[in-house]
Design a protein around this ligand. Structure first.
Ligand SMILES: Cc1cc2nc3c(=O)[nH]c(=O)nc-3n(C[C@H](O)[C@H](O)[C@H](O)COP(=O)(O)O)c2cc1C
Length: 366
Protein backbone atom coordinates (compact mmCIF):
# COMPACT_ATOMS: atom_id res chain seq x y z
CA UNK A 1 0.00 0.00 0.00
CA UNK A 2 1.45 3.34 -0.93
CA UNK A 3 1.31 6.35 1.36
CA UNK A 4 -1.27 9.07 0.67
CA UNK A 5 0.09 11.67 -1.77
CA UNK A 6 1.50 14.77 -0.09
CA UNK A 7 -0.87 17.75 -0.09
CA UNK A 8 -0.02 20.58 -2.43
CA UNK A 9 1.38 23.54 -0.57
CA UNK A 10 2.30 26.72 -2.41
CA UNK A 11 5.07 27.15 0.19
CA UNK A 12 6.80 24.05 -1.12
CA UNK A 13 6.44 24.63 -4.85
CA UNK A 14 9.88 24.97 -6.47
CA UNK A 15 10.57 28.09 -8.48
CA UNK A 16 13.03 28.68 -11.28
CA UNK A 17 14.39 32.20 -11.60
CA UNK A 18 16.66 32.62 -14.63
CA UNK A 19 18.49 29.25 -14.45
CA UNK A 20 18.38 28.75 -10.67
CA UNK A 21 15.73 26.44 -9.21
CA UNK A 22 14.89 27.27 -5.62
CA UNK A 23 13.36 24.16 -4.01
CA UNK A 24 10.69 25.99 -1.99
CA UNK A 25 9.37 29.44 -0.99
CA UNK A 26 10.61 29.38 2.62
CA UNK A 27 13.53 31.75 2.53
CA UNK A 28 15.83 33.10 5.20
CA UNK A 29 15.94 36.89 5.52
CA UNK A 30 19.36 38.54 5.75
CA UNK A 31 20.36 38.99 9.40
CA UNK A 32 23.64 40.51 10.55
CA UNK A 33 25.50 38.44 13.11
CA UNK A 34 28.07 41.15 13.99
CA UNK A 35 30.41 38.29 14.77
CA UNK A 36 33.47 38.71 12.56
CA UNK A 37 36.79 40.17 13.67
CA UNK A 38 36.80 43.95 13.59
CA UNK A 39 40.37 44.53 12.38
CA UNK A 40 43.52 42.77 11.22
CA UNK A 41 43.98 40.21 8.44
CA UNK A 42 40.73 38.42 9.33
CA UNK A 43 38.54 41.53 9.45
CA UNK A 44 35.12 40.76 7.98
CA UNK A 45 35.99 37.08 7.46
CA UNK A 46 33.31 34.45 8.15
CA UNK A 47 34.26 31.96 10.86
CA UNK A 48 32.81 28.83 12.48
CA UNK A 49 29.87 30.78 13.90
CA UNK A 50 28.73 31.91 10.45
CA UNK A 51 29.23 28.41 9.05
CA UNK A 52 27.24 26.68 11.79
CA UNK A 53 24.51 29.34 11.69
CA UNK A 54 23.84 29.06 7.96
CA UNK A 55 24.49 25.29 7.82
CA UNK A 56 21.77 24.74 10.44
CA UNK A 57 19.14 26.63 8.44
CA UNK A 58 20.10 24.68 5.30
CA UNK A 59 19.80 21.40 7.20
CA UNK A 60 16.38 22.64 8.30
CA UNK A 61 15.16 22.69 4.69
CA UNK A 62 15.24 26.45 3.96
CA UNK A 63 14.97 26.90 0.19
CA UNK A 64 17.11 30.02 -0.17
CA UNK A 65 19.34 31.64 2.39
CA UNK A 66 20.10 35.31 1.88
CA UNK A 67 23.24 35.81 3.89
CA UNK A 68 23.41 38.86 6.14
CA UNK A 69 24.39 42.33 4.90
CA UNK A 70 27.96 41.81 3.74
CA UNK A 71 29.88 45.02 3.24
CA UNK A 72 31.32 46.04 -0.11
CA UNK A 73 34.03 48.13 1.63
CA UNK A 74 35.36 48.60 5.18
CA UNK A 75 33.48 51.93 5.51
CA UNK A 76 30.32 50.20 4.29
CA UNK A 77 30.02 48.02 7.42
CA UNK A 78 27.25 48.73 9.89
CA UNK A 79 29.55 47.72 12.72
CA UNK A 80 33.26 46.89 12.75
CA UNK A 81 32.19 43.26 13.29
CA UNK A 82 30.25 42.84 10.01
CA UNK A 83 31.10 40.36 7.31
CA UNK A 84 32.83 41.87 4.30
CA UNK A 85 33.36 40.93 0.67
CA UNK A 86 36.10 43.29 -0.39
CA UNK A 87 39.05 40.86 -0.36
CA UNK A 88 40.03 37.31 -1.32
CA UNK A 89 40.48 36.02 2.25
CA UNK A 90 36.80 36.79 2.79
CA UNK A 91 35.87 34.96 -0.42
CA UNK A 92 37.75 31.83 0.66
CA UNK A 93 35.88 31.63 3.96
CA UNK A 94 32.49 32.20 2.32
CA UNK A 95 33.08 29.38 -0.16
CA UNK A 96 32.89 26.88 2.72
CA UNK A 97 29.37 28.12 3.52
CA UNK A 98 28.10 28.10 -0.07
CA UNK A 99 29.40 24.59 -0.76
CA UNK A 100 27.63 23.20 2.31
CA UNK A 101 24.37 24.94 1.36
CA UNK A 102 24.51 23.61 -2.20
CA UNK A 103 25.24 20.09 -0.98
CA UNK A 104 22.05 20.32 1.12
CA UNK A 105 19.97 21.64 -1.81
CA UNK A 106 19.64 25.15 -0.39
CA UNK A 107 20.36 28.01 -2.78
CA UNK A 108 23.06 30.31 -1.37
CA UNK A 109 22.30 34.02 -1.69
CA UNK A 110 24.13 37.04 -0.32
CA UNK A 111 23.05 40.58 0.47
CA UNK A 112 25.72 43.09 -0.54
CA UNK A 113 25.55 46.34 1.34
CA UNK A 114 26.90 49.76 2.20
CA UNK A 115 25.72 51.22 5.49
CA UNK A 116 26.12 54.91 4.52
CA UNK A 117 25.46 57.26 7.43
CA UNK A 118 24.36 54.36 9.68
CA UNK A 119 27.88 52.85 9.54
CA UNK A 120 30.37 52.63 12.40
CA UNK A 121 27.98 51.53 15.14
CA UNK A 122 28.37 48.96 17.88
CA UNK A 123 26.84 45.47 17.92
CA UNK A 124 23.12 45.65 18.65
CA UNK A 125 23.47 43.68 21.90
CA UNK A 126 25.99 46.32 23.07
CA UNK A 127 23.45 49.07 22.46
CA UNK A 128 24.16 49.68 18.77
CA UNK A 129 25.31 53.27 19.29
CA UNK A 130 27.96 55.02 17.17
CA UNK A 131 31.58 54.04 17.78
CA UNK A 132 34.65 56.21 17.16
CA UNK A 133 38.20 55.34 16.09
CA UNK A 134 39.10 54.12 19.63
CA UNK A 135 36.63 51.26 19.05
CA UNK A 136 37.65 50.66 15.40
CA UNK A 137 35.04 53.09 14.06
CA UNK A 138 35.29 55.63 11.19
CA UNK A 139 33.50 58.66 9.75
CA UNK A 140 30.50 57.44 7.74
CA UNK A 141 29.73 58.47 4.14
CA UNK A 142 26.31 59.65 2.91
CA UNK A 143 24.53 61.59 0.14
CA UNK A 144 24.29 64.64 2.43
CA UNK A 145 26.03 65.69 5.64
CA UNK A 146 23.00 64.95 7.82
CA UNK A 147 23.35 62.73 10.88
CA UNK A 148 20.93 59.80 11.27
CA UNK A 149 19.91 60.99 14.73
CA UNK A 150 21.13 62.95 17.74
CA UNK A 151 24.35 61.34 18.93
CA UNK A 152 25.23 59.97 15.52
CA UNK A 153 28.20 61.53 13.71
CA UNK A 154 27.67 63.93 10.83
CA UNK A 155 28.62 61.90 7.73
CA UNK A 156 30.99 63.02 5.01
CA UNK A 157 29.02 64.09 1.91
CA UNK A 158 30.04 61.96 -1.06
CA UNK A 159 31.50 63.58 -4.16
CA UNK A 160 30.36 62.35 -7.57
CA UNK A 161 33.68 60.47 -7.88
CA UNK A 162 32.98 58.90 -4.49
CA UNK A 163 29.53 57.81 -5.70
CA UNK A 164 31.02 56.17 -8.79
CA UNK A 165 33.66 54.46 -6.67
CA UNK A 166 31.00 52.86 -4.48
CA UNK A 167 29.00 51.63 -7.50
CA UNK A 168 32.27 49.99 -8.58
CA UNK A 169 32.66 48.43 -5.12
CA UNK A 170 29.21 46.85 -5.46
CA UNK A 171 30.22 45.38 -8.83
CA UNK A 172 33.49 44.04 -7.38
CA UNK A 173 31.50 42.53 -4.51
CA UNK A 174 29.19 40.78 -6.99
CA UNK A 175 32.20 39.36 -8.84
CA UNK A 176 33.58 38.07 -5.55
CA UNK A 177 30.16 36.66 -4.63
CA UNK A 178 30.26 34.66 -7.86
CA UNK A 179 33.76 33.42 -7.04
CA UNK A 180 32.54 32.45 -3.57
CA UNK A 181 29.76 30.31 -5.08
CA UNK A 182 26.60 32.36 -4.46
CA UNK A 183 23.72 31.91 -6.91
CA UNK A 184 21.62 34.92 -5.87
CA UNK A 185 22.83 38.44 -5.12
CA UNK A 186 20.61 40.90 -3.29
CA UNK A 187 21.46 44.60 -3.33
CA UNK A 188 20.59 46.18 0.04
CA UNK A 189 18.54 49.25 -0.82
CA UNK A 190 16.47 49.22 2.40
CA UNK A 191 16.50 50.32 6.04
CA UNK A 192 18.09 53.73 5.58
CA UNK A 193 21.53 52.49 4.57
CA UNK A 194 23.43 54.17 1.74
CA UNK A 195 21.19 53.32 -1.23
CA UNK A 196 18.03 54.06 0.76
CA UNK A 197 19.58 57.37 1.87
CA UNK A 198 19.85 58.39 -1.77
CA UNK A 199 16.25 57.32 -2.48
CA UNK A 200 14.66 59.31 0.33
CA UNK A 201 14.30 63.10 0.17
CA UNK A 202 14.54 63.04 3.98
CA UNK A 203 18.23 62.08 3.88
CA UNK A 204 19.14 63.24 0.37
CA UNK A 205 19.40 67.03 0.08
CA UNK A 206 21.77 67.06 -2.87
CA UNK A 207 21.33 69.66 -5.57
CA UNK A 208 23.33 67.81 -8.25
CA UNK A 209 22.23 64.95 -10.55
CA UNK A 210 21.84 62.62 -7.52
CA UNK A 211 19.28 64.61 -5.54
CA UNK A 212 15.93 66.35 -5.89
CA UNK A 213 13.66 64.72 -8.48
CA UNK A 214 12.60 61.05 -8.43
CA UNK A 215 14.93 60.43 -11.41
CA UNK A 216 17.84 61.98 -9.54
CA UNK A 217 17.22 60.23 -6.21
CA UNK A 218 16.96 56.83 -7.92
CA UNK A 219 20.05 57.44 -10.09
CA UNK A 220 22.61 55.96 -7.66
CA UNK A 221 20.49 52.86 -6.99
CA UNK A 222 20.12 52.22 -10.73
CA UNK A 223 23.85 52.81 -11.31
CA UNK A 224 24.55 50.17 -8.68
CA UNK A 225 22.04 47.78 -10.28
CA UNK A 226 23.59 48.34 -13.72
CA UNK A 227 27.13 47.88 -12.41
CA UNK A 228 26.19 44.65 -10.65
CA UNK A 229 24.07 43.30 -13.52
CA UNK A 230 27.00 43.92 -15.91
CA UNK A 231 29.20 41.45 -14.00
CA UNK A 232 26.59 39.12 -12.46
CA UNK A 233 25.93 36.30 -14.96
CA UNK A 234 22.80 36.43 -17.12
CA UNK A 235 21.72 33.03 -15.81
CA UNK A 236 21.74 34.09 -12.14
CA UNK A 237 19.00 36.07 -10.38
CA UNK A 238 19.48 39.54 -8.93
CA UNK A 239 17.28 40.77 -6.07
CA UNK A 240 16.85 44.24 -4.60
CA UNK A 241 15.68 44.89 -1.03
CA UNK A 242 13.74 48.10 -0.53
CA UNK A 243 12.01 49.91 2.29
CA UNK A 244 8.65 50.49 0.59
CA UNK A 245 7.97 53.42 2.92
CA UNK A 246 10.01 55.42 5.42
CA UNK A 247 6.82 55.76 7.54
CA UNK A 248 7.37 59.54 7.54
CA UNK A 249 4.44 61.91 7.15
CA UNK A 250 6.50 64.45 5.26
CA UNK A 251 9.53 64.25 2.97
CA UNK A 252 9.87 60.44 3.09
CA UNK A 253 10.10 57.80 0.35
CA UNK A 254 6.59 56.50 -0.35
CA UNK A 255 4.77 53.34 -1.44
CA UNK A 256 3.78 55.10 -4.69
CA UNK A 257 7.45 55.75 -5.43
CA UNK A 258 8.22 52.10 -4.65
CA UNK A 259 5.77 50.93 -7.33
CA UNK A 260 7.22 53.36 -9.86
CA UNK A 261 10.76 52.35 -8.95
CA UNK A 262 9.92 48.62 -9.13
CA UNK A 263 9.12 49.05 -12.81
CA UNK A 264 12.52 50.65 -13.39
CA UNK A 265 14.31 47.93 -11.43
CA UNK A 266 12.62 45.30 -13.55
CA UNK A 267 13.70 47.08 -16.74
CA UNK A 268 17.27 47.20 -15.39
CA UNK A 269 17.43 43.42 -14.87
CA UNK A 270 16.30 42.95 -11.27
CA UNK A 271 14.38 39.69 -10.88
CA UNK A 272 12.67 40.14 -7.51
CA UNK A 273 11.87 42.91 -5.06
CA UNK A 274 12.31 42.00 -1.38
CA UNK A 275 9.83 44.35 0.26
CA UNK A 276 10.66 45.64 3.74
CA UNK A 277 9.95 49.06 5.29
CA UNK A 278 11.44 51.66 7.63
CA UNK A 279 14.89 52.22 9.07
CA UNK A 280 15.61 55.58 7.46
CA UNK A 281 14.53 57.85 10.29
CA UNK A 282 14.34 57.27 14.03
CA UNK A 283 11.23 58.04 16.10
CA UNK A 284 8.66 57.01 13.48
CA UNK A 285 5.49 55.12 14.36
CA UNK A 286 5.24 51.74 12.66
CA UNK A 287 2.05 49.67 12.96
CA UNK A 288 3.92 46.47 13.75
CA UNK A 289 1.85 43.27 13.76
CA UNK A 290 1.69 39.87 12.02
CA UNK A 291 2.50 40.28 8.32
CA UNK A 292 2.40 44.09 8.61
CA UNK A 293 4.62 44.64 5.55
CA UNK A 294 2.83 42.13 3.29
CA UNK A 295 0.43 44.74 1.80
CA UNK A 296 3.42 46.66 0.42
CA UNK A 297 4.70 43.54 -1.35
CA UNK A 298 1.19 42.71 -2.56
CA UNK A 299 0.80 46.15 -4.05
CA UNK A 300 4.04 45.89 -6.05
CA UNK A 301 2.98 42.43 -7.23
CA UNK A 302 -0.46 43.66 -8.27
CA UNK A 303 0.75 46.79 -10.05
CA UNK A 304 3.96 45.65 -11.73
CA UNK A 305 5.36 42.57 -13.44
CA UNK A 306 8.16 42.24 -10.88
CA UNK A 307 8.01 39.19 -8.55
CA UNK A 308 8.16 39.97 -4.84
CA UNK A 309 9.08 38.42 -1.51
CA UNK A 310 7.24 39.42 1.66
CA UNK A 311 8.94 39.78 5.03
CA UNK A 312 8.16 40.87 8.58
CA UNK A 313 6.47 38.91 11.37
CA UNK A 314 5.65 35.93 9.19
CA UNK A 315 5.87 33.13 11.73
CA UNK A 316 3.13 30.56 11.16
CA UNK A 317 2.95 27.97 8.35
CA UNK A 318 -0.75 28.67 7.64
CA UNK A 319 -0.06 32.41 7.54
CA UNK A 320 2.84 31.96 5.11
CA UNK A 321 0.84 29.56 2.93
CA UNK A 322 -2.04 32.07 2.70
CA UNK A 323 0.24 34.91 1.62
CA UNK A 324 1.35 32.79 -1.34
CA UNK A 325 -2.04 31.22 -2.08
CA UNK A 326 -3.68 34.68 -2.10
CA UNK A 327 -1.10 35.86 -4.61
CA UNK A 328 0.26 38.54 -2.27
CA UNK A 329 3.86 37.41 -2.76
CA UNK A 330 5.93 34.82 -4.60
CA UNK A 331 7.99 33.81 -1.57
CA UNK A 332 8.22 34.57 2.13
CA UNK A 333 11.32 35.55 4.04
CA UNK A 334 11.60 34.61 7.68
CA UNK A 335 13.97 36.39 10.01
CA UNK A 336 13.67 35.97 13.76
CA UNK A 337 11.47 32.88 13.52
CA UNK A 338 14.35 31.08 11.78
CA UNK A 339 16.68 32.19 14.57
CA UNK A 340 14.30 30.57 17.04
CA UNK A 341 13.74 27.46 14.92
CA UNK A 342 16.20 26.47 12.19
CA UNK A 343 13.84 23.59 11.34
CA UNK A 344 10.89 25.84 10.57
CA UNK A 345 10.62 24.63 6.95
CA UNK A 346 10.39 21.01 8.10
CA UNK A 347 7.79 21.92 10.73
CA UNK A 348 5.76 23.87 8.13
CA UNK A 349 5.91 20.97 5.67
CA UNK A 350 4.64 18.61 8.35
CA UNK A 351 1.82 20.99 9.32
CA UNK A 352 0.76 21.56 5.72
CA UNK A 353 1.02 17.90 4.79
CA UNK A 354 3.80 18.51 2.26
CA UNK A 355 6.90 16.39 1.92
CA UNK A 356 10.41 17.76 1.74
CA UNK A 357 13.58 15.72 1.60
CA UNK A 358 15.12 15.08 5.02
CA UNK A 359 18.84 14.73 5.65
CA UNK A 360 19.47 10.98 5.30
CA UNK A 361 21.24 10.57 8.66
CA UNK A 362 18.11 11.99 10.36
CA UNK A 363 15.68 9.62 8.62
CA UNK A 364 14.58 7.92 11.82
CA UNK A 365 13.37 11.21 13.27
CA UNK A 366 11.12 12.58 10.52
C1 LIG B 1 19.41 40.08 14.17
C2 LIG B 1 18.86 40.76 12.94
C3 LIG B 1 19.73 41.20 11.95
C4 LIG B 1 19.24 41.79 10.78
N1 LIG B 1 20.11 42.12 9.78
C5 LIG B 1 19.63 42.51 8.57
C6 LIG B 1 20.48 42.62 7.45
O1 LIG B 1 21.67 42.30 7.51
N2 LIG B 1 19.93 43.07 6.29
C7 LIG B 1 18.61 43.36 6.17
O2 LIG B 1 18.17 43.76 5.09
N3 LIG B 1 17.77 43.20 7.20
C8 LIG B 1 18.24 42.76 8.39
N4 LIG B 1 17.37 42.50 9.41
C9 LIG B 1 15.92 42.55 9.14
C10 LIG B 1 15.39 41.16 8.74
O3 LIG B 1 15.94 40.76 7.48
C11 LIG B 1 13.86 41.14 8.63
O4 LIG B 1 13.48 42.00 7.58
C12 LIG B 1 13.19 41.57 9.92
O5 LIG B 1 13.77 40.93 11.04
C13 LIG B 1 11.69 41.31 9.90
O6 LIG B 1 11.42 39.94 9.70
P1 LIG B 1 11.05 38.94 10.94
O7 LIG B 1 9.85 39.55 11.62
O8 LIG B 1 10.75 37.65 10.27
O9 LIG B 1 12.23 38.89 11.84
C14 LIG B 1 17.85 41.96 10.60
C15 LIG B 1 16.98 41.55 11.63
C16 LIG B 1 17.46 40.94 12.76
C17 LIG B 1 16.49 40.44 13.81
Amino acid sequence: MSAAPAAFAALFAPWTLRSVTIPNRVWMAPMCQYSAEAFGPNAGVADDWHFAHYAARATGGTGLIIQEATAVSPEGRISPYDLGIWNDTQVEALRRITSFLKARGTVPGIQIAHAGRKASTDRTWKGGGPVGPEAHGWQPLAPSSLAFSEGHPVPHELTVDGIHEIAGQFAAAAERALAAGYEVVEIHGAHGYLIGEFLSPHSNRRTDAYGGSFANRTRFALEVVDAVRAVWPEELPLFFRISATDWLEEDGWTADETVRFAQLLSAHGVDLLDVSTGGLAPHVTIPVGPGYQVPFAARVKAETALPVAAVGLITEPEQAEKILANGEADAVLLGRELLRDPYWARRAAAELGAEIPAPAPYHRSW
